[in-house]
Design a protein around this ligand. Structure first.
Ligand SMILES: Cc1cc2nc3c(=O)[nH]c(=O)nc-3n(C[C@H](O)[C@H](O)[C@H](O)COP(=O)(O)O)c2cc1C
Length: 356
Protein backbone atom coordinates (compact mmCIF):
# COMPACT_ATOMS: atom_id res chain seq x y z
CA UNK A 1 0.00 0.00 0.00
CA UNK A 2 1.61 3.22 -1.08
CA UNK A 3 -1.35 5.51 -1.48
CA UNK A 4 -1.10 7.25 1.86
CA UNK A 5 1.08 10.28 2.39
CA UNK A 6 3.25 10.77 5.47
CA UNK A 7 0.85 13.14 7.22
CA UNK A 8 -1.99 10.70 6.77
CA UNK A 9 0.24 7.90 8.03
CA UNK A 10 0.94 9.89 11.20
CA UNK A 11 -2.78 10.38 11.78
CA UNK A 12 -3.41 6.70 11.13
CA UNK A 13 -0.60 5.76 13.50
CA UNK A 14 -2.07 8.01 16.17
CA UNK A 15 -5.55 6.58 15.70
CA UNK A 16 -4.14 3.05 15.72
CA UNK A 17 -2.34 3.82 19.00
CA UNK A 18 -5.58 5.14 20.49
CA UNK A 19 -7.41 2.03 19.33
CA UNK A 20 -4.69 -0.21 20.73
CA UNK A 21 -4.77 1.41 24.14
CA UNK A 22 -8.56 1.20 24.17
CA UNK A 23 -8.29 -2.49 23.28
CA UNK A 24 -5.72 -3.05 26.02
CA UNK A 25 -7.96 -1.62 28.70
CA UNK A 26 -10.58 -4.34 28.24
CA UNK A 27 -8.23 -7.29 28.28
CA UNK A 28 -8.08 -10.19 30.71
CA UNK A 29 -4.94 -11.60 32.32
CA UNK A 30 -4.79 -15.02 33.91
CA UNK A 31 -1.90 -15.30 36.41
CA UNK A 32 -1.23 -18.75 37.83
CA UNK A 33 1.19 -20.84 39.82
CA UNK A 34 1.18 -24.60 39.66
CA UNK A 35 3.47 -27.10 41.35
CA UNK A 36 1.97 -30.43 40.27
CA UNK A 37 -0.08 -29.30 37.25
CA UNK A 38 -3.64 -29.04 38.60
CA UNK A 39 -3.79 -25.24 38.42
CA UNK A 40 -2.19 -25.39 34.97
CA UNK A 41 -4.93 -27.74 33.76
CA UNK A 42 -7.55 -25.26 34.96
CA UNK A 43 -5.79 -22.44 33.10
CA UNK A 44 -5.68 -24.51 29.92
CA UNK A 45 -9.43 -25.08 30.18
CA UNK A 46 -10.10 -21.46 31.10
CA UNK A 47 -8.20 -20.10 28.12
CA UNK A 48 -10.04 -22.49 25.82
CA UNK A 49 -13.16 -20.68 26.92
CA UNK A 50 -12.12 -17.04 27.22
CA UNK A 51 -9.71 -14.73 25.44
CA UNK A 52 -6.96 -13.94 27.92
CA UNK A 53 -3.25 -13.49 28.22
CA UNK A 54 -1.58 -15.91 30.57
CA UNK A 55 1.39 -15.49 32.86
CA UNK A 56 2.91 -18.30 34.92
CA UNK A 57 4.48 -17.32 38.23
CA UNK A 58 7.62 -19.31 38.90
CA UNK A 59 9.77 -19.57 42.02
CA UNK A 60 13.29 -18.20 41.61
CA UNK A 61 14.67 -21.27 43.35
CA UNK A 62 14.13 -24.28 41.11
CA UNK A 63 13.86 -27.94 41.94
CA UNK A 64 12.43 -27.60 45.45
CA UNK A 65 10.20 -30.40 46.69
CA UNK A 66 7.59 -28.52 48.64
CA UNK A 67 5.83 -31.72 49.66
CA UNK A 68 8.93 -33.52 50.98
CA UNK A 69 9.14 -34.35 54.70
CA UNK A 70 5.45 -33.83 55.25
CA UNK A 71 5.41 -30.59 53.22
CA UNK A 72 8.21 -29.07 55.29
CA UNK A 73 9.37 -26.43 52.79
CA UNK A 74 5.82 -25.34 52.06
CA UNK A 75 5.16 -25.02 55.76
CA UNK A 76 8.36 -23.06 56.32
CA UNK A 77 7.56 -20.59 53.53
CA UNK A 78 4.03 -20.01 54.78
CA UNK A 79 5.17 -19.57 58.37
CA UNK A 80 7.65 -16.89 57.29
CA UNK A 81 4.86 -14.97 55.54
CA UNK A 82 2.53 -15.35 58.50
CA UNK A 83 5.17 -14.00 60.88
CA UNK A 84 5.66 -10.75 58.94
CA UNK A 85 3.10 -10.39 56.12
CA UNK A 86 4.00 -6.76 55.39
CA UNK A 87 7.69 -7.45 54.95
CA UNK A 88 8.79 -8.14 51.37
CA UNK A 89 11.63 -10.36 52.58
CA UNK A 90 9.10 -12.79 54.09
CA UNK A 91 8.01 -13.87 50.63
CA UNK A 92 9.92 -16.44 48.53
CA UNK A 93 11.67 -14.90 45.52
CA UNK A 94 9.96 -15.36 42.15
CA UNK A 95 11.20 -14.94 38.61
CA UNK A 96 10.62 -11.44 37.20
CA UNK A 97 7.22 -11.09 35.54
CA UNK A 98 7.31 -9.11 32.30
CA UNK A 99 3.54 -8.65 31.96
CA UNK A 100 2.16 -5.45 33.51
CA UNK A 101 -1.23 -5.73 35.20
CA UNK A 102 -1.91 -2.10 34.27
CA UNK A 103 -2.65 -3.33 30.72
CA UNK A 104 -5.62 -5.36 31.94
CA UNK A 105 -9.07 -4.60 33.26
CA UNK A 106 -9.67 -8.12 34.56
CA UNK A 107 -7.12 -10.32 36.33
CA UNK A 108 -7.89 -13.92 37.27
CA UNK A 109 -5.65 -15.60 39.83
CA UNK A 110 -5.38 -19.39 39.69
CA UNK A 111 -3.54 -20.88 42.64
CA UNK A 112 -3.10 -24.07 44.65
CA UNK A 113 -3.99 -24.17 48.33
CA UNK A 114 -1.14 -25.02 50.71
CA UNK A 115 -1.98 -25.80 54.32
CA UNK A 116 -5.31 -24.00 53.88
CA UNK A 117 -3.52 -20.86 52.70
CA UNK A 118 -2.60 -19.44 49.31
CA UNK A 119 0.51 -21.17 47.90
CA UNK A 120 3.50 -19.09 48.98
CA UNK A 121 4.76 -18.51 45.43
CA UNK A 122 1.48 -16.90 44.38
CA UNK A 123 1.49 -14.82 47.55
CA UNK A 124 4.87 -13.40 46.45
CA UNK A 125 3.40 -12.28 43.13
CA UNK A 126 0.32 -10.71 44.70
CA UNK A 127 2.46 -8.97 47.32
CA UNK A 128 4.27 -7.31 44.38
CA UNK A 129 1.26 -6.34 42.23
CA UNK A 130 -1.71 -6.37 44.63
CA UNK A 131 -1.93 -2.61 45.08
CA UNK A 132 -1.95 -2.13 41.28
CA UNK A 133 -5.09 -4.26 41.08
CA UNK A 134 -7.18 -1.77 43.06
CA UNK A 135 -10.39 -1.03 41.19
CA UNK A 136 -9.84 -3.80 38.66
CA UNK A 137 -12.11 -6.79 38.31
CA UNK A 138 -10.28 -9.69 39.95
CA UNK A 139 -11.30 -13.31 40.20
CA UNK A 140 -9.94 -16.24 42.20
CA UNK A 141 -9.75 -19.91 41.29
CA UNK A 142 -8.29 -22.26 43.89
CA UNK A 143 -7.30 -25.89 43.57
CA UNK A 144 -6.84 -28.08 46.63
CA UNK A 145 -6.95 -31.77 47.45
CA UNK A 146 -9.88 -31.36 49.79
CA UNK A 147 -9.40 -28.42 52.20
CA UNK A 148 -11.86 -25.58 51.83
CA UNK A 149 -10.59 -22.26 50.57
CA UNK A 150 -11.63 -19.60 53.09
CA UNK A 151 -8.01 -19.13 54.18
CA UNK A 152 -6.92 -18.59 50.57
CA UNK A 153 -9.69 -16.06 50.08
CA UNK A 154 -8.48 -14.22 53.19
CA UNK A 155 -4.91 -14.16 51.79
CA UNK A 156 -6.27 -12.88 48.50
CA UNK A 157 -8.18 -10.01 50.12
CA UNK A 158 -5.15 -9.09 52.24
CA UNK A 159 -2.76 -9.06 49.29
CA UNK A 160 -5.16 -7.48 46.78
CA UNK A 161 -6.96 -4.76 48.70
CA UNK A 162 -9.68 -2.57 47.22
CA UNK A 163 -10.24 -4.59 44.08
CA UNK A 164 -13.55 -5.27 42.45
CA UNK A 165 -13.72 -8.94 43.52
CA UNK A 166 -15.84 -11.38 41.57
CA UNK A 167 -18.25 -12.46 44.30
CA UNK A 168 -17.99 -16.20 43.72
CA UNK A 169 -14.62 -17.94 43.84
CA UNK A 170 -14.17 -21.17 41.95
CA UNK A 171 -12.91 -24.10 44.04
CA UNK A 172 -11.68 -27.22 42.27
CA UNK A 173 -10.77 -30.16 44.49
CA UNK A 174 -10.25 -33.88 44.11
CA UNK A 175 -13.93 -34.69 44.37
CA UNK A 176 -15.15 -32.28 41.66
CA UNK A 177 -12.01 -32.24 39.47
CA UNK A 178 -13.54 -34.54 36.84
CA UNK A 179 -16.24 -31.88 36.25
CA UNK A 180 -13.67 -29.07 36.06
CA UNK A 181 -14.45 -28.01 32.44
CA UNK A 182 -18.16 -27.59 33.25
CA UNK A 183 -17.43 -25.80 36.51
CA UNK A 184 -15.11 -23.39 34.68
CA UNK A 185 -17.74 -22.85 31.97
CA UNK A 186 -20.43 -22.04 34.53
CA UNK A 187 -18.11 -19.68 36.39
CA UNK A 188 -17.04 -17.69 33.32
CA UNK A 189 -20.67 -17.57 32.17
CA UNK A 190 -21.75 -16.12 35.54
CA UNK A 191 -19.45 -13.15 35.02
CA UNK A 192 -19.86 -12.77 31.27
CA UNK A 193 -16.19 -13.60 30.82
CA UNK A 194 -16.97 -16.19 28.18
CA UNK A 195 -16.23 -15.43 24.58
CA UNK A 196 -18.05 -18.44 23.21
CA UNK A 197 -20.56 -16.16 21.51
CA UNK A 198 -17.71 -14.50 19.66
CA UNK A 199 -16.32 -17.51 17.86
CA UNK A 200 -15.03 -16.93 14.33
CA UNK A 201 -17.94 -15.82 12.22
CA UNK A 202 -18.66 -17.13 8.72
CA UNK A 203 -19.57 -14.52 6.12
CA UNK A 204 -20.15 -14.43 2.38
CA UNK A 205 -18.11 -12.27 0.05
CA UNK A 206 -20.07 -11.76 -3.14
CA UNK A 207 -18.36 -10.59 -6.33
CA UNK A 208 -20.61 -10.36 -9.37
CA UNK A 209 -22.55 -13.62 -9.44
CA UNK A 210 -19.95 -15.56 -7.44
CA UNK A 211 -20.23 -16.12 -3.68
CA UNK A 212 -17.10 -16.93 -1.67
CA UNK A 213 -17.39 -18.17 1.89
CA UNK A 214 -15.06 -16.43 4.30
CA UNK A 215 -14.38 -16.49 8.04
CA UNK A 216 -13.88 -13.43 10.20
CA UNK A 217 -11.13 -13.49 12.81
CA UNK A 218 -12.25 -14.15 16.37
CA UNK A 219 -10.90 -10.76 17.43
CA UNK A 220 -12.08 -7.26 18.20
CA UNK A 221 -11.33 -6.32 14.59
CA UNK A 222 -13.28 -9.27 13.18
CA UNK A 223 -16.23 -8.51 15.43
CA UNK A 224 -16.18 -4.79 14.63
CA UNK A 225 -16.13 -5.62 10.92
CA UNK A 226 -19.10 -7.96 11.42
CA UNK A 227 -21.05 -5.05 12.90
CA UNK A 228 -20.74 -3.22 9.56
CA UNK A 229 -22.42 -6.00 7.58
CA UNK A 230 -24.15 -6.26 5.24
CA UNK A 231 -22.01 -3.86 3.25
CA UNK A 232 -21.52 -3.34 -0.47
CA UNK A 233 -18.46 -1.33 -1.41
CA UNK A 234 -16.44 -0.42 -4.47
CA UNK A 235 -12.96 -1.83 -4.09
CA UNK A 236 -10.06 -0.31 -6.01
CA UNK A 237 -7.29 -2.25 -7.71
CA UNK A 238 -3.66 -2.07 -6.57
CA UNK A 239 -0.49 -3.81 -7.77
CA UNK A 240 -2.22 -6.75 -9.42
CA UNK A 241 -2.64 -8.48 -6.06
CA UNK A 242 -5.18 -6.57 -3.96
CA UNK A 243 -8.46 -4.68 -3.91
CA UNK A 244 -8.89 -2.01 -1.26
CA UNK A 245 -11.61 0.21 0.14
CA UNK A 246 -11.48 2.98 2.75
CA UNK A 247 -14.26 2.67 5.35
CA UNK A 248 -15.93 5.80 6.71
CA UNK A 249 -15.17 4.68 10.26
CA UNK A 250 -12.13 3.08 11.83
CA UNK A 251 -11.86 -0.44 13.23
CA UNK A 252 -9.81 -1.65 16.22
CA UNK A 253 -6.26 -2.53 15.21
CA UNK A 254 -3.75 -5.14 16.34
CA UNK A 255 -1.30 -4.95 13.49
CA UNK A 256 1.56 -7.31 12.73
CA UNK A 257 3.95 -8.07 9.86
CA UNK A 258 2.50 -11.09 8.11
CA UNK A 259 5.61 -11.37 5.90
CA UNK A 260 3.83 -13.48 3.33
CA UNK A 261 0.41 -12.36 2.28
CA UNK A 262 -1.82 -15.27 1.29
CA UNK A 263 -4.36 -15.02 -1.49
CA UNK A 264 -7.75 -14.67 0.21
CA UNK A 265 -6.44 -12.68 3.20
CA UNK A 266 -8.88 -9.98 4.27
CA UNK A 267 -6.81 -7.37 6.08
CA UNK A 268 -7.04 -3.93 7.59
CA UNK A 269 -4.36 -1.45 6.56
CA UNK A 270 -4.06 1.39 9.07
CA UNK A 271 -7.38 1.53 10.85
CA UNK A 272 -9.91 1.98 8.07
CA UNK A 273 -8.62 0.51 4.82
CA UNK A 274 -10.08 -2.93 4.04
CA UNK A 275 -7.83 -4.93 1.74
CA UNK A 276 -8.78 -8.14 -0.02
CA UNK A 277 -5.72 -9.93 -1.43
CA UNK A 278 -6.11 -12.23 -4.38
CA UNK A 279 -2.46 -13.23 -4.90
CA UNK A 280 0.16 -14.70 -2.55
CA UNK A 281 3.33 -12.61 -2.23
CA UNK A 282 5.76 -11.33 0.38
CA UNK A 283 5.14 -7.93 1.92
CA UNK A 284 6.99 -5.68 4.36
CA UNK A 285 3.81 -3.84 5.37
CA UNK A 286 1.89 -4.46 8.56
CA UNK A 287 -1.81 -5.22 8.74
CA UNK A 288 -4.48 -6.28 11.18
CA UNK A 289 -6.25 -9.48 10.20
CA UNK A 290 -9.99 -9.16 9.57
CA UNK A 291 -10.49 -12.68 8.22
CA UNK A 292 -9.87 -14.78 5.15
CA UNK A 293 -11.67 -16.32 2.19
CA UNK A 294 -12.18 -20.08 2.70
CA UNK A 295 -12.40 -21.19 -0.93
CA UNK A 296 -10.11 -19.34 -3.29
CA UNK A 297 -11.18 -21.03 -6.48
CA UNK A 298 -12.11 -18.35 -9.03
CA UNK A 299 -11.41 -15.42 -6.67
CA UNK A 300 -8.77 -13.66 -8.81
CA UNK A 301 -10.89 -14.11 -11.97
CA UNK A 302 -14.01 -12.78 -10.26
CA UNK A 303 -12.18 -9.71 -8.91
CA UNK A 304 -10.67 -8.92 -12.33
CA UNK A 305 -8.16 -6.19 -13.04
CA UNK A 306 -10.04 -2.99 -12.19
CA UNK A 307 -12.33 -1.49 -9.55
CA UNK A 308 -15.16 -3.77 -8.59
CA UNK A 309 -18.24 -3.87 -6.41
CA UNK A 310 -17.95 -6.36 -3.53
CA UNK A 311 -20.67 -7.29 -1.05
CA UNK A 312 -19.86 -8.63 2.42
CA UNK A 313 -22.75 -10.22 4.32
CA UNK A 314 -23.24 -12.53 7.26
CA UNK A 315 -24.12 -16.11 6.49
CA UNK A 316 -27.65 -16.80 7.69
CA UNK A 317 -28.62 -20.42 7.97
CA UNK A 318 -32.08 -20.07 9.48
CA UNK A 319 -34.12 -19.29 6.39
CA UNK A 320 -37.30 -18.29 8.25
CA UNK A 321 -35.55 -15.78 10.50
CA UNK A 322 -35.86 -12.81 8.18
CA UNK A 323 -39.63 -13.12 7.51
CA UNK A 324 -40.19 -13.56 11.22
CA UNK A 325 -38.38 -10.32 11.90
CA UNK A 326 -40.19 -8.42 9.19
CA UNK A 327 -43.50 -9.57 10.68
CA UNK A 328 -42.35 -8.10 13.94
CA UNK A 329 -42.56 -11.24 16.07
CA UNK A 330 -38.84 -11.47 16.64
CA UNK A 331 -36.72 -9.34 18.95
CA UNK A 332 -33.10 -8.33 18.81
CA UNK A 333 -30.87 -8.44 21.85
CA UNK A 334 -27.39 -7.19 22.43
CA UNK A 335 -25.07 -9.12 24.73
CA UNK A 336 -21.29 -8.73 24.96
CA UNK A 337 -21.49 -6.57 21.85
CA UNK A 338 -23.14 -9.39 19.89
CA UNK A 339 -26.61 -9.24 18.38
CA UNK A 340 -28.99 -12.11 19.11
CA UNK A 341 -32.37 -12.72 17.60
CA UNK A 342 -35.32 -14.26 19.34
CA UNK A 343 -37.66 -16.25 17.15
CA UNK A 344 -40.45 -18.55 18.32
CA UNK A 345 -39.14 -18.33 21.85
CA UNK A 346 -35.67 -19.51 20.85
CA UNK A 347 -32.48 -17.47 20.72
CA UNK A 348 -30.34 -17.43 17.59
CA UNK A 349 -27.11 -15.70 16.80
CA UNK A 350 -26.97 -13.70 13.59
CA UNK A 351 -25.64 -16.71 11.73
CA UNK A 352 -28.91 -18.43 12.48
CA UNK A 353 -27.39 -20.87 14.97
CA UNK A 354 -29.72 -21.65 17.82
CA UNK A 355 -27.99 -20.83 21.08
CA UNK A 356 -30.58 -21.84 23.64
C1 LIG B 1 3.03 -27.58 50.35
C2 LIG B 1 1.67 -28.11 50.01
C3 LIG B 1 0.66 -28.05 50.95
C4 LIG B 1 -0.61 -28.52 50.66
N1 LIG B 1 -1.59 -28.41 51.61
C5 LIG B 1 -2.85 -28.86 51.33
C6 LIG B 1 -3.89 -28.76 52.30
O1 LIG B 1 -3.72 -28.27 53.41
N2 LIG B 1 -5.12 -29.20 51.97
C7 LIG B 1 -5.40 -29.73 50.75
O2 LIG B 1 -6.54 -30.09 50.49
N3 LIG B 1 -4.43 -29.83 49.80
C8 LIG B 1 -3.16 -29.40 50.07
N4 LIG B 1 -2.17 -29.53 49.13
C9 LIG B 1 -2.52 -30.11 47.82
C10 LIG B 1 -2.74 -29.09 46.75
O3 LIG B 1 -3.52 -28.02 47.18
C11 LIG B 1 -3.45 -29.73 45.56
O4 LIG B 1 -2.82 -30.91 45.18
C12 LIG B 1 -3.53 -28.77 44.39
O5 LIG B 1 -4.47 -29.26 43.46
C13 LIG B 1 -2.16 -28.61 43.71
O6 LIG B 1 -2.19 -27.72 42.64
P1 LIG B 1 -1.02 -27.74 41.56
O7 LIG B 1 -1.03 -29.12 40.93
O8 LIG B 1 -1.38 -26.70 40.57
O9 LIG B 1 0.26 -27.47 42.28
C14 LIG B 1 -0.89 -29.07 49.40
C15 LIG B 1 0.14 -29.16 48.47
C16 LIG B 1 1.41 -28.70 48.76
C17 LIG B 1 2.49 -28.79 47.74
Amino acid sequence: MKHIDTHMKRILFFLAAVCLSAAASSKTLVAYYSYTGNARAIVTELTNQISADVVEIQPAEKGLHYEANNYAIGTQLLNAIKAAPNDASSYPAIDPVSVSVSDYSTVIIVTPLWWSQMAAIMQSYLFQVGSQLAGKQVGLIVTSASSSISGVVADWKRLVPNANYLSENLWINNSNRSSMPTLVANWVETYGLDQTDNTAMPINVIVGNKTFSATLADSETGRAFAQLLPMTVTMNELNGNEKYHYLDSSLPTDSYHPGTIQAGDLMLYGNNCVVLFYETFSSSYSYTRIGSIDNLSGLAEALGSGSISVRFEKTTTTENLTPALSQGDGGKFLRNGQVYIQYNGQMYNVQGKQIQ
